[in-house]
Design a binder for this molecule. Structure first.
Ligand code: ADP
Ligand code: MG
Length: 353
């Protein structure tokens, strides 16, 4: 069903994205694939649908799920456990079971806190065992920007897999595109992944026409007739991010046109926790986001003027530039020439509310 709120898991359910499907498929012959795009745009859906359609072996690790809100870390033993648990789905699981059991035993019960190097070693051994089984396996780290919070350095491990484990293709999805890039260090000479080729699939929100078609098709599936005017208004206010269109589609049968406002309210509540987390990291983020939200789009100097008026304080030029740059890296802002904008209308609404 088009309006299901979970990530899609089969190509029959996936709307549009033909070019991205094709590009992702061809990327699977490479060593490293990055699937990039803002939150709720459809990264997990694309990855899962294509992998399932090919019937190849894959391991899918949602890194965000492993993040510990209290310590603000991703504990390495969680990564080990998650990887370990997902191996049961491999078609050749029985063939590697004995080797993996031995790795488990050598590490001992994971609840006895192990040293970073032993956990890293354990993960490396698991990856080697998978690789040596001789079948192509796709290893997906979903929301991989969270790997930078890992309690052990994972970059060397990924670089090792890239260079030596030829049966494993790494797929990393990310909504904080710039941060993922920094974490991997693809342009950083000190990184083990420096200068390595990688295949990128960038997912953008649907354009207006596609978004309208998305809603029409979803309502047709439900056998509900919805006025074109309402569909167009929904798209104009909610934008082309699949996640928000799905929400609207689900709420419409009960709430009618009010569903548009409800998606904005519910959506704003959902993004609020993301924003609060964000705002706790720099004193200027809140007002920078506010400046761009109020102005619709804004240049560096517009934001500076806004901050001075709103905060009665002037950050240094370097601070403002750094914070703007970070917001772009995290996907909360886009930069087009000199102009900053907010790509997600619900984020804009949440900031203004
Ligand atoms: P992301 O991983 O980028 O955050 P998801 O894949 O979880 O996004 O998608 C968010 C929501 O939008 C889910 O409800 C999903 O089913 C829906 N969705 C995303 N892309 C598509 C698509 N191409 N066709 C149909 N539904 C989609
Ligand atoms: Mg996702």
């Amino acid at each position: 069903m088009l309006f299901s709120t979970e990530p899609k898991t089969s190509l029959d359910e996936l709307f549009d994205r033909e070019a991205e499907i094709e590009r992702f498929r061809s990327g699977l012959n490479e060593r490293l694939v990055l699937v990039l795009g803002i939150r709720r745009v459809g990264k997990s859906s694309l990855v899962l649908s294509v992998l399932n359609s090919l019937g190849i072996d894959y391991v899918f690790i949602d890194v965000r799920k492993l993040y510990d809100n209290v310590s603000r870390k991703v504990p390495a033993e969680r990564i080990y456990n998650e990887l370990r648990m997902s191996l049961g789905n491999l078609s050749f699981w029985e063939g590697v079971r004995r080797i993996i059991d031995e790795i488990d035993v050598s590490l001992g019960p994971i609840r006895f806190r192990l040293s970073a190097s032993r956990i890293r070693d354990g993960i490396a051994k698991i990856l080697e065992a998978i690789n040596n089984a001789g079948k192509h396996v796709v290893l997906v780290f979903d929301e991989a920007q969270y790997l930078r919070y890992s309690t052990i350095g994972l970059r060397p491990l990924l670089a090792y897999a890239y260079d030596h484990l030829r049966n494993i293709t790494l797929v990393l999805t990310g909504n904080e595109v710039g941060l993922l890039h920094d974490f991997l260090g693809l342009d950083d000479p000190s990184s083990g992944l420096y200068g390595r080729y990688y295949h990128v699939i960038e997912l953008r929100p649907f354009d207006r026409e596609r978004s309208i078609e998305f809603l029409r098709r979803g309502f047709r599936e439900l056998g509900i007739n919805v006025d074109d005017r309402v569909i167009e208004r929904a798209v104009d206010e909610l934008g082309g991010i699949a996640g928000w269109l799905v929400y609207f589609g689900r709420l419409y049968p009960e709430r009618g046109e009010d569903a548009i406002n409800e998606v904005k309210e519910i959506g704003a509540n959902l993004v609020r926790s993301e924003l609060e987390e964000l705002f706790s990291r720099s004193q200027y983020y809140r007002y920078i986001m506010e400046a761009v939200a109020v102005l619709g789009k804004a240049r560096w100097s517009d934001v500076m003027k806004y901050l001075m008026a709103r905060m009665g304080e002037r950050p240094t030029n370097a601070t403002l530039s750094r914070d703007l740059n970070n917001l772009v890296k995290m996907g909360f802002l886009t930069k087009d020439g000199d102009w900053y904008g907010i790509p997600d209308p619900i984020v804009r609404y949440a900031v203004l509310r």
